[in-house]
Design a binder for this molecule. Structure first.
Ligand code: AQP
Length: 361
């Protein structure tokens, strides 16, 4: 069977980019899974602390993120849903992987540069941007922890957005390097280590949803302008307003061209991916609108309507979950971690044995 793993940062309620680019795929994989497939979905709170956090806000947004996962249709009975810090093996495996991770490779990753405000050609050894705190080891080694998250469950498939493809490639490299070194070593038990499966990336069709205010940038939780994104729990009013204010262009009528008309094309993409079953293609939407001489205003109304319809039941479920006692929700998360922990320990025990780190029981 397949083992599917993915993670989301505890940044609170996800936006449409997270939802269409990754989370909806998680639900689809869960709903299509066979009886010998397993799904693990993780709120990656240890990744969150690579950036400054307000402790009280972090606890709150972790709960909101978990509630969002249940609201979109993940079912704790079918998928293991848990928090990263509840399974201590993540950081243990990270250390073992760190001893094989290349500094040079990590230095070429783009995320530490963008999150620390560093230039594209910044050198991590002397990295400090003007008026910015020095680069922290945790942010630099983020992809190693991410590789540990994935490999810990002997994951075969990882559904993520396109922005994570680079990190997945790094995880495969590390797995390869570990397999190469330790599968051939003879452990004290004489049973050679089976190695890590090389995890495949699953990209959803909506690879990259762009910001509503600047269609050259991806829709992102860290964008200071809340109008740049739609949250999956936004009310109909808020959605309509954000779409009405979305940056488009002054060209007449509706047409699709990601280069020339990135704003309009992003809105059409969103409309299409909100309910793919309604249309055969993006062209079908565009042809229908240009045939009817639809104005920008009418187009935006239609886009907003399709988002509102799709998100309404999610929003309702979200508020139901948030009305539960926080202790009960937290307990449900811990139950997920118990199941995840069992699989994590079996992977780690075998690897430690291969590395000569495990004494006889
Ligand atoms: N704009 C996007 N289009 C498509 N997919 C996206 N993802 C994020 N933004 C887009 C995918 O969402 C999943 C969960 O993301 P995350 O919580 O790890 O956050 P992130 O990738 O760092 O992106 P965010 O949400 O915008 O946060 P910041 O502002 O911190 O960068 C991932 O699978 C991601 O690919």
């Amino acid at each position: 069977g397949k083992t599917i793993f993915s993670g989301i940062q505890p940044t609170g309620v996800p936006h449409l980019g997270n939802y269409l680019g990754a989370l909806r795929q998680w639900v689809k994989l869960q709903d299509e899974a066979g009886s010998d497939d397993r799904m693990l979905y993780c709120v990656v709170d240890l990744h969150a602390v690579t950036m400054p956090q307000d402790p009280r806000a972090l606890i709150k947004s972790t709960m909101e993120t978990y509630a969002s996962l249940i609201a979109i249709g993940l079912d704790p009975k079918r998928s293991v849903i848990f928090s990263q810090q509840d399974v201590l093996e993540h950081t243990q495996l990270m250390w073992l992987l760190s001893c094989h991770a290349s500094m040079g490779y990590l230095g070429r990753m783009t995320q530490w540069k963008s999150k620390s405000g560093m230039a594209d050609d910044a050198n991590p050894m002397e990295a400090s941007a003007p008026n910015k705190p020095a680069l922290k080891l945790g942010l630099f080694s983020y992809p190693v922890l991410q590789a540990a998250d994935i490999l810990l469950y002997r994951t075969t498939h990882v559904p993520v957005g396109e922005d994570q493809a680079q990190h997945l490639e790094f995880a495969r490299e590390l797995a390869n390097s570990m397999n190469h070194t330790y599968c051939r070593a003879t452990p004290p038990s004489q049973t050679p280590w089976e190695g890590f499966p090389l995890p495949q990336t699953i990209l959803s069709p909506a690879k990259r949803i762009m910001s509503l205010q600047d269609p050259a940038k991806k829709m992102s939780k860290s964008d200071p302008d809340p109008r740049s994104r739609i949250l999956i729990t936004d009310s109909a009013d808020v959605i309509e307003k954000k779409i009405r204010h979305a940056l488009t262009d002054s060209i007449q009528g509706v047409s699709y061209d990601r280069e020339l008309r990135p704003g309009v094309s992003n809105l059409i993409d969103i409309m299409y991916y909100m309910d793919e079953s309604k249309y055969t293609s993006v062209e079908q939407i565009v042809d229908g609108m240009s045939g009817a001489n639809v104005t920008m205003k009418t187009m935006k109304n239609q886009v907003a309507k399709s988002i509102v319809e799709c998100l309404a039941p999610i929003r309702e479920r979200y508020f139901e979950i948030m009305a539960r006692r926080p202790e009960d929700v937290a307990e449900e998360m811990r139950e997920g971690a118990v199941v995840a922990g069992r699989r994590a320990r079996s992977t780690l025990d075998r690897l430690k044995e291969a590395m000569g780190l495990r004494r006889p029981d």
